[in-house]
Design a protein around this ligand. Structure first.
Ligand SMILES: *Cc1c(COP(=O)(O)O)cnc(C)c1O
Length: 398
């Protein structure tokens, strides 16, 4: 079951009553899973506050006691929660099944004791980002483009986050983020070979519009920058942030691309659909990045639903990542073979646009390396013998 949860008559009449008192918003007439959750858990709260992204950030679920208000916790989860902080927006909490231990959203954000197990090959910074860090917040791994980590703040802490070492959800953002940018910007200005700047973190969309606009304006002034990208999980975990005010502002900075982070088809709610629609209508090409996670999404049918669902929202699946070997991540790592088989199960079986590139971000800092099924049976100077998606053999002569 997903967001199309059936609403009780009582809930529907409540929505109707509330809508009649507030500014009309046709999208709010549906009863999403999040809205049901709001009525049940925040009965006094009005829709306007719930839909305010600042309210969502301020009211993030942080502690064991907080989590227990909304979902039943199993003993190993309690044990892990006593030792580590969580951060989940109320909206994203609404997507968690309150009793299912294997619920994919639960497993993405609620810790397990396995997180404290350090397995071989794991490290704090497996991609060796620190050594490619050429200026504050700038990772310069590829010659023509940089990763600009504009903040350590994220609205939700994913247990599998590749930047767990940096991400700090406990604090609000500080001015130091913004003041340190001037040196980062100097680096970009001084390096004319950089044509593409990828803003990530943390999550860049947790800044307010004014700050984002200032940063984009500064980047836009640099003549060798051909394009800007924003990497964000906000549309999935805090869709309320994607206001028309934001998208109207972003619209001025084209070519601006966005990489959204999605994990499971259960994330594709009416709220997320609306957020993606706003972004796409603002002319922003949308890609998605997904981490292959054992027990969460490592199944071809699950990922097919996710990728096809994303296409309906005009989001093009871009990368499927194998899990980076951060410390305490062995319970998330699916075998490489299962990633390859998933791609094999997609290619030819669904829209080509729904097939992302499966990559391993090379430990040590080699960048993203594509891994995929091999369709070539034999190749020589006369041509190539290939297998199609159904396993049939074809010959191409050249
Ligand atoms: C992923 C990544 C990029 C962008 O890679 P693309 O393949 O161009 O999307 C750039 N810099 C770093 C350090 C990265 O990890």
């Amino acid at each position: 079951m997903d967001s199309a949860t059936v609403c009780s008559n009582q809930t529907i009449s409540k929505i109707k009553k509330e809508n009649s008192q507030e500014e009309p918003d046709p999208s709010s007439r549906r009863c999403s899973r999040a809205e049901k959750f709001r009525f049940e858990n925040y009965p006094g709260l009005n829709q306007k506050d719930w839909n305010d992204w600042r309210w969502q950030i301020k009211n993030r679920i942080h502690s064991l006691e907080d989590v227990q208000k909304f979902i039943y916790l199993y003993p190993d989860e309690v044990e892990a929660l006593k030792k580590s902080a969580v951060s989940i927006t109320p909206y994203y909490t609404s997507l968690i099944d309150p009793i299912d231990y294997f619920d994919p959203i639960r497993r993405a954000v609620i810790p397990l004791p396995q997180e404290f197990v350090h397995s071989t090959g794991e490290s704090e910074d497996p991609l060796n980002e620190e050594s490619y860090c050429v200026a504050p917040n700038i990772i310069h791994r590829y010659p023509d483009r940089v990763l600009f980590l504009v903040t350590n703040f994220c609205s939700v802490k994913c247990r599998y986050c590749t930047r767990s070492r940096l991400v700090d959800c406990s604090k609000e953002k500080t001015v130091s983020d913004v003041t340190s940018w001037s040196i980062s910007l100097d680096y970009i200005r001084d390096h004319k070979e950089i044509r593409d700047v990828l803003l990530s973190g943390g999550d860049p969309l947790t800044f307010n519009d004014t700050v984002i606009e200032w940063l984009l304006t500064e980047l836009k002034k640099i003549s060798h920058i051909e394009m800007i990208r924003i990497g964000t999980k906000v549309p999935a975990v805090l869709p309320q942030r994607i206001t028309s005010r934001l998208t109207n502002m972003l619209h001025k900075f084209h070519p601006l691309w966005m990489s959204l982070h999605f994990t499971h088809p259960r994330e594709l709610t009416p709220e997320v659909s609306e957020a993606c629609e706003r972004l796409a209508d603002a002319g922003i090409p949308l890609g998605s990045q997904t981490v292959l996670l054992k027990g969460i999404n490592d199944h071809v049918e699950v990922l097919k639903l996710l990728f096809q669902g994303l296409l309906k929202m005009r989001v093009r699946p871009y990368y499927l990542y194998s899990m980076d070997p951060i410390i305490g991540s062995s319970h998330f790592r699916a075998p490489i073979e299962s990633g390859i088989e998933i791609i094999r199960g997609l290619r030819g079986h669904t829209t080509g646009y729904a097939v992302p590139t499966y990559v391993i971000d090379a430990p040590g800092g080699g960048g993203k390396i594509p891994i995929g099924p091999d369709y070539v049976v034999e190749r020589n100077d006369k041509g190539v013998i290939m297998k199609n998606y159904q396993g049939n053999i074809y010959k191409y002569i050249c």
